[in-house]
Design a protein around this ligand. Sequence first.
Ligand code: 13P
Ligand code: SF4
Length: 302
Amino acid sequence: MKQLTERIEQLKKEKDVVVLAHFYVEDDVQDIADYIGDSYYLSKIAADAPQSTILFCGVRFMGESAKILSPEKTVLMPDLTADCPMAHMITPEDVAKMREQYPGCAVVCYINSTSETKAVSDVIVTSANAKKIVESLPNEDICFIPDCNLGRFLQKDMPGKRFHFHNGCCPIHSRVTPEGIAAAKAEHPEAKVLIHPECVPEAVAMCDYAGSTSGIIKYATESDAKEFIIVTEPGVMHRLRTQNPDKTFYPFEQMGVCEDMKKITLEKVLHVLETFDNQVEMPEQLREDAKSALVRMRELAQ
Ligand code: 13P
Ligand code: SF4
């Protein structure tokens, strides 16, 4: 293990590679990353990194977004089959139908989407910036895709807008039920409940805080409370516990793990550093078409 991490560190330097990791990947992979964060933070780091190569430890849409914004950089992924199922729950044809049905709408697309869907969207959002971005849009009709749970979570604070949804969702976060939240609260009555807004709004409404993975970690770190029930993928526990050794974090068992994020292993990280296999590529026209919605996210999230 020590040999493996030492070799990874050496290759990172030799080959001018920055390693980015999402909070849901395995703990040992997070430990060798130069930056760990939520989707929005990592997309900014990827776009601004001075290194010539980005090694993205996460799922496919993250690596593709990095390539779209930084075509001159080599983008590597430890496993190109690590993919977010939600990204495939809507197609460009579905988006075209929504535009026909709601003329003048803004198509607001969660970053957990394919490049093809980004290419036909007006703006990309993540859970960390969605509220700010949607509020700033002049359009009254908002087609929020593909995550209807995140969309419904946003809708409740924006009565002036008409939201229209597609039926995409995260298969992991959708396992969380209001009954499950009630049971966890009964078991740990002193604990604050922190949840990701990919869960159904009925469950989110029962919790003390809802936000991105980084938002959850920030809230727990700054809170005076000592116990927390964490209702998102348990990968976030690593940072929560190392940053807050005096606090207790209970994972939400009903959730399970994101199998795609867990495909990323140290062995695969080393393999791509050695070989430069698994480069993210896409047709130039698709990259250009998908870029404007991502650039608009960066502008509106400032
Ligand atoms: P964050 O942007 O909050 O890290 O979420 C990414 C994700 O895939 C959640 O399931
Ligand atoms: Fe996709 Fe859900 Fe995994 Fe996040 S946790 S990458 S939304 S499947």
